[in-house]
Ligand binder design. Structure first.
Ligand SMILES: Nc1ncnc2c1ncn2[C@@H]1O[C@H](COP(=O)(O)OP(=O)(O)O)[C@@H](O)[C@H]1O
Ligand SMILES: [Mg+2]
Length: 313
């Protein structure tokens, strides 16, 4: 269980605006709680209160109590907390300590002084639960963003904390990797873990989260069961500064175009002249049968990593 009792925090170097105030919150065992709200509202700060980075890493003025599994966070070291609360951040690179995947998954356990036999058994459990056997014994430098995030999750998972705290874990992931991240969260939920996840992207959490906390200016403005949160209309979400609850549906945008002048691309193919790697040489990187871009429009290009490559010189 996580309990925040009248917690307020002001960063040492922060402006008086950036402040968490009078937070009272209870998160029960096995709950999956989504933290949302506009940038700067305090989501990351709330995650730091739970994983102990506040007050053990970030300095400031803290009042009230954060109790995690019966432990007052400010009275124990980060080291002691790391076995209870596991953290996954936006950019997995910031949490790697080693250079290969297998060592990285074992690292957290080794650091906790767990004996070798137990580490091996936990590694095996983690690898099979998170379905990452194909990622073992690989260089961390040669992994995609999604694979790196899976290794970060696995390393934390092997430490078997009761609570997982994630701060915008989907930020650098493509659509397929987000689906796989969702599977990891599903696995943890099935194991009965408590999960607190701060996110801008909401859609992939709609059938995993149990409760949603909406924050503004350092306060929890709404605390809703997921069923109530899901009733919010797109307009309501927009007025709260939140994204849609469904994955973006680009097909609907077709035809919503009224510009009289357009740029057309038809039967366009491109390959790099000096593409490296034998078989891939001269492989098409662009193959566009038909594309229209209306004058004056701003067009976003989305897709999975490595699908298309567009470089503006
Ligand atoms: N390390 C820090 N030092 C000083 N101020 C910070 C620090 N981190 C965040 N803040 C401030 O705290 C407020 C809340 O930020 P944050 O918790 O990062 O919000 P969110 O994650 O919702 O974007 C903001 O005003 C931000 O500028
Ligand atoms: Mg944040």
């Amino acid at each position: 269980m996580i309990e925040l009792k009248n917690v307020s925090f002001q960063y040492e170097q922060g402006s008086s605006k950036g402040k968490i105030e009078n937070i009272d919150l209870t998160i029960h065992d096995g709950e999956v709680v989504l933290l949302c709200g506009e940038s700067g509202c305090g989501k990351t700060t709330l995650t730091r209160l739970i994983n102990g980075l506040i007050p053990h890493y970030y300095e400031g003025t803290l009042t009230g109590q954060t109790i995690v599994e019966g432990i007052d966070v400010k009275n124990v070291s980060l080291y002691a907390l790391s076995g209870v609360v596991g953290s996954v951040f936006q950019n997995p690179r910031t949490q790697f300590f080693t250079v290969d995947t297998t060592s990285e998954i074992a690292f957290g356990c080794e650091n906790l002084g767990i004996d070798a036999e137990e580490i091996n058994s936990r590694m095996e459990k983690t690898v099979s639960a998170l379905k990452i056997r194909d990622l073992l014994n690989r260089s961390l430098f040669a992994l995609s963003g999604g694979e790196k995030q899976k290794i970060a999750c696995a390393s934390v998972s092997a430490m078997e904390p009761k609570i997982f705290v994630l701060d915008e874990p989907s930020s650098n992931l493509d659509i397929e990797s987000i689906r796989e991240l969702k599977n990891v969260l599903r696995e943890w939920k099935a194991q009965g873990k408590t999960i607190v996840i701060a996110e801008h992207r909401l859609y992939y959490l709609m059938d995993i989260a149990d409760r949603v906390l909406y924050m503004t200016d350092g306060h929890i403005k709404e605390n809703l069961p997921i069923a109530d949160f899901r009733k919010k209309t797109t307009d309501e979400l927009q007025s709260l500064g939140l994204r849609a609850l469904q994955s973006e549906d680009f097909s609907r945008m077709k035809g919503a175009v009224g510009a009289t002048r357009q740029l057309y691309i038809r039967d366009f193919e491109a390959a790099y002249k000096n593409a490296s790697g034998g078989r891939k040489q001269k492989q098409k990187v662009l193959d566009i049968p038909d594309l229209m871009i209306p004058q004056g429009s701003v067009v976003g290009v989305v897709g999975n990593n490595g699908v298309m490559w567009y470089k503006k010189s």
